[in-house]
Design a binder for this molecule. Structure first.
Ligand code: ZN
Length: 406
């Protein structure tokens, strides 16, 4: 069944036809007018109430369709047994022009606890693991850097150290950064001191002043020193988020660029921020985000400090497993979702999956069973259905398929 999906116009999205989201919408539905001045940040494919998908022919919402008892065979036995009559994942395309907030997502038990205590902030009891697969070179911050790198930054940036309040905390960390277990404890204290000081009422002017002092110093550095401190990135973030303590986040977190087809998996408590580029994203159905910076939204510093993983190491990209000559699968260690990347040159039979799935054509066009679908088409497939896909593009058709990982 072909789906009609909702675009989200968050202000960090790429504008008009520069956005992959807008391009995909325009290609599959040429009648839709794309507004050049409007950001097209996300395309949502699934049943989430904030951006539900509809079945194109009947206009019924997908959420309603899958929740019907008479349709439970469509979800498959495993999914109904574990998740009930719901789709356990939300599938997205993201087109990022400006950083999203530095954030982390709670583990399942913690999410349930936060939801019980603060239902207005943490709106559901579910965890929110995320998988991002790059469509264009995709920049992100992810996990704490190796401690030696953080030490180098603290030694090179007195403006940052000044915002940690208690200087003993910084010195303790610098003295212990070679020793693995101790380093973690001291990194936590140091990061806590920074975020607590920076978000204390009345300190926002001091934060803005130190950021601007550092900006001035960067502008006078030679190219080599600037590069060592990711000067261009810092300036870009500060232009978009002036006075925001999150700009200094790049000195604590790994800065990575994914090439198209490379992926990032974010389990619970891993600090991260998407900075720029287009990607496919899949996540468990949840809204639970704890934010730290690069955002005007609410920052829950005490919760974040306690929950974060202070594992500090360079970040490993998430590797797919090859299933056959057309298909690679990204299978995270959770049941909520997995994503297949399928490249069809001639004709192929899709490997049937034991859960419902949603697929999107990202490049090319294809005949699927007996109908032709263009780039941007989104289809909902029932569990255990066999599909034959024939490429109609002169090159190849690229399809991403999200399913449950059961
Ligand atoms: Zn996230």
């Amino acid at each position: 069944m072909e789906l009609e999906c909702a675009a989200q116009h968050y202000d960090w999205g790429k504008k008009g036809m520069t956005s992959s989201v807008a391009q995909l919408i325009k290609s599959s539905s040429p009648e839709v007018k794309i507004d050049d001045d409007k950001p097209y940040a996300e395309l949502w494919m699934g049943t989430h109430p904030n951006g539900p998908s509809f079945i194109k022919t009947t206009k019924e919402s997908l959420a309603e369709f899958v929740s019907k008892e008479s349709n439970s065979h469509i979800l498959g036995d495993k999914v109904t047994e574990i998740f009930g009559n719901t789709l356990p994942f939300l599938f997205k395309v993201l087109s990022v022009d400006k950083a999203l907030s530095i954030q982390a997502h709670p583990a399942k038990d913690h999410a349930a606890e936060l939801h019980k205590l603060f239902p207005a902030i943490y709106k559901d009891p579910n965890h929110k693991p995320e998988l991002a697969i790059a469509l264009t070179p995709f920049q992100a911050l992810c996990g704490f850097r190796p401690t030696q790198e953080i030490c180098y930054h603290l030694k090179s940036i007195p403006e940052l150290v000044a915002l940690c309040g208690d200087q003993d905390v910084v010195n303790d960390f610098l003295n212990h950064c070679q020793d693995n277990d101790d380093a973690k404890t001291h990194l936590k204290k140091c990061f806590k001191a920074l975020l607590t000081y920076a978000t204390t009422d009345g300190n926002s002017n001091i934060v803005a002043q130190q950021l601007s002092n550092f900006l001035n110093r960067l502008s006078q550095m030679d190219n080599d020193s600037r590069e060592k401190l990711n000067g261009n990135l810092f300036e870009r973030l500060h232009k978009d988020f002036p006075g925001d303590i999150g700009c200094f986040g790049i000195y604590f977190f790994n800065y990575i660029t994914l090439e198209p087809g490379e992926a990032l998996y974010l389990g619970p408590n891993v600090p991260h921020a998407y900075l720029f580029g287009d990607c496919i994203e899949c996540m468990a159905c949840s809204d639970n985000v704890v934010r730290a910076g690069l955002t005007p939204k609410f920052k829950d510093v005490p919760t974040l400090i306690e929950m974060l993983s202070y594992e500090s190491q360079s970040y490993d990209k998430f590797k797919p497993e090859r299933l056959n000559e057309f298909t690679e699968t990204f299978k995270p260690p959770i049941k909520d979702f997995a994503v297949n990347k399928i490249e069809v040159t001639g004709s192929c039979n899709f490997i049937p999956v034991n859960s419902p799935s949603i697929l999107i054509i990202i490049h090319g066009s294809a005949k699927i069973t007996d109908k032709v679908y263009r780039r941007g088409s989104v289809l909902f497939i029932a569990a255990n259905v066999e599909l034959t896909v024939t490429n109609l593009d002169e090159d190849k058709t690229l399809i991403f398929q999200a399913c449950a990982n059961v």
